[in-house]
Design a protein around this ligand. Structure first.
Ligand code: GDP
Length: 459
């Protein structure tokens, strides 16, 4: 077995994490009143892993006079005892000077560290979690110790951080079974009570403003607020009433931004920055093309940007009223599939902003892309699929060494993110990686979303 120390400045949620890992009962026993303990230890369970966890949270209640020195000493002692470290920061507060101080203690120890951006329930913590990147402790895992979110990813990270201690032996079928059973929740991270955030991006003159105005019902984009529309600095909140669906939307307000922009800003630069800002704001991005001149270089660049930012995507072919031969859509869809492999299967929807045609279908596509983007696949289904794939098409041997793929999990959605564990995976050819990504896309119906795949050494 192994030991993990929970480190971090006061109030980031170390105790809550400790309690979550060891279970409430145990923690209470360890936490008897009158017993002043600066460090406490408990038997933790995460996924199918059992290990010892040390918490330094007791310090927070101590008298403040000598706190800093004691805290430092206790932290160092805990680090010394541990095989790995959970470094906890508060995602809502971002990275503070105190975090940096503790981070430097931890870095110096040279032990495996997993950075946890805690209190990240919902999306509120996202910005602060980004700040975690510059603590120099690797990518943060967004966590809510209180709500129990993010533990699947924490589990994956722990397997990677301590490959020997947590190794799944080739013949350890029983453990593999337990692992699969432990995480058999199939589902979605979609929260239907929250408005779906969309942005319409595209080249100048593709018809973005016309389309957004049409979606909002004529010229309200420029004149709001009106009934049913509230407007904040960057977006318009609004209820889309389609033929068969209603959905609350938050539409990125490009026009509003442009109006406020400083005159001296170069228009071109502004357009590029706007596009990126819009993409980062959105969950689903509608890339609007001018159907009379589709798939220009700039269009492809924009699609690429959407994919890199990990957003769901729908292609709108605007000015469809100008296309005489409507059967042309077949060729255009084929072209999209060929030119945009990174978002294979993205829906390509003809629309006319000027005439208001195709909007219902476009919004249907947006809603379905959003569902796909939120999808969470169970570990058991994924591994059943993976076994079949490897049986039929095993990964190649490179330089006489066998590449071994052990198993797969999906720790994150939005966009779907898969982690594959195995040996020699750094040798895995890109073609095989693409083969796996496309297999996932087809088998589990994941069109129109970027797919993230991380390969992790499990040996
Ligand atoms: P933006 O720069 O992408 O916001 O584009 P605009 O919405 O300002 O539209 C650019 C031009 O294309 C305007 O002259 C619009 O009238 C025209 N336009 C926009 N949508 C359509 C459409 O669906 N059909 C046609 N025929 N023209 C359109």
């Amino acid at each position: 077995s192994f030991t993990v120390a929970i480190i971090g400045r006061p109030n980031v949620g170390k105790s809550t994490l400790f309690n979550r890992l060891v279970g409430k009962k145990l923690a209470l026993v360890d936490d008897q009143p009158g017993v002043t303990r600066d460090r406490r230890a408990g038997e933790a369970r995460l996924g199918d892993l059992n290990f010892t966890v040390i918490d330094t949270a007791g310090l927070e209640e101590g008298d403040s006079a000598s706190l800093t020195g004691r805290m430092r000493a206790q932290t160092e002692a805990a680090i010394e005892e541990a095989d790995a470290i959970f470094f906890v920061m508060d995602a809502r507060a971002g990275a503070t000077p105190e975090d940096r101080h503790f981070a430097s203690l931890v870095r110096r120890a040279g032990k495996p560290v997993i950075l946890l951006a805690n209190k990240a329930e919902g999306r509120v913590g996202e910005a602060g979690a980004y700040e975690g990147f510059d603590l120099g402790l690797g990518d943060p895992v967004a966590l809510s110790a209180e709500h129990g979110d993010g533990f699947a990813e924490l589990f994956s990270c722990l397997l990677t951080a301590l490959p020997e201690a947590t190794q799944l032996a080739d013949d350890d079928d029983e453990r593999r079974e337990r692992l699969v059973l432990a995480d058999d929740e199939e589902g979605s991270e979609l929260d239907p009570t929250k408005p779906l955030r969309i942005a319409v991006v595209g080249r100048p003159n593709a018809g973005k403003s016309t389309l957004i105005n049409r979606l909002l019902g004529e010229d309200r984009l420029l004149t709001g607020p009106e009934a049913g529309i509230t407007r904040d600095s960057i977006s318009v909140d609004y209820l889309w009433r389609g033929r068969d669906a209603e959905r609350r939307l938050k539409i990125f307000d490009t026009a509003g931004l442009r109006k406020r922009a400083k005159v001296e800003e170069k228009l071109e630069k502004l357009a590029a920055a706007d596009t990126l800002r819009a993409i980062r704001f959105a969950e689903v991005v509608v890339v609007l093309l001018d159907a009379t001149i589709p798939f220009e270089k700039q269009d492809l660049t924009i699609v690429d940007l959407v994919a890199r930012e990990g957003r769901a995507l729908v292609i709108g072919l605007n000015k469809w009223d100008l296309i005489e031969d409507k059967a042309h859509i077949v060729a255009l869809r084929e072209e999209a599939a060929r030119l945009l492999p990174q978002v294979r299967g993205a829906l390509v929807m003809p629309v006319s902003g000027v005439h208001g045609a195709g909007l219902d279908a476009l919004m249907g596509a947006v809603i379905s892309a959003h569902e796909v983007w939120n999808k969470r696949l169970s570990t058991s289904r994924l591994n059943r699929w993976l076994e079949g794939v490897i049986d039929q098409n095993p990964p190649p041997a490179v330089a006489g060494r066998r590449i071994k793929i052990r198993y797969i999990t999906q720790p994150k959605a939005r966009p779907p993110h898969f982690v594959i564990f195995g040996n020699q995976l750094d040798e895995l050819p890109d073609s095989y990686r693409r083969f796996l990504t496309n297999g996932l896309r087809q088998t589990f119906a994941l069109p129109g979303t970027p797919i993230r795949m991380t390969l992790k050494q499990g040996d």
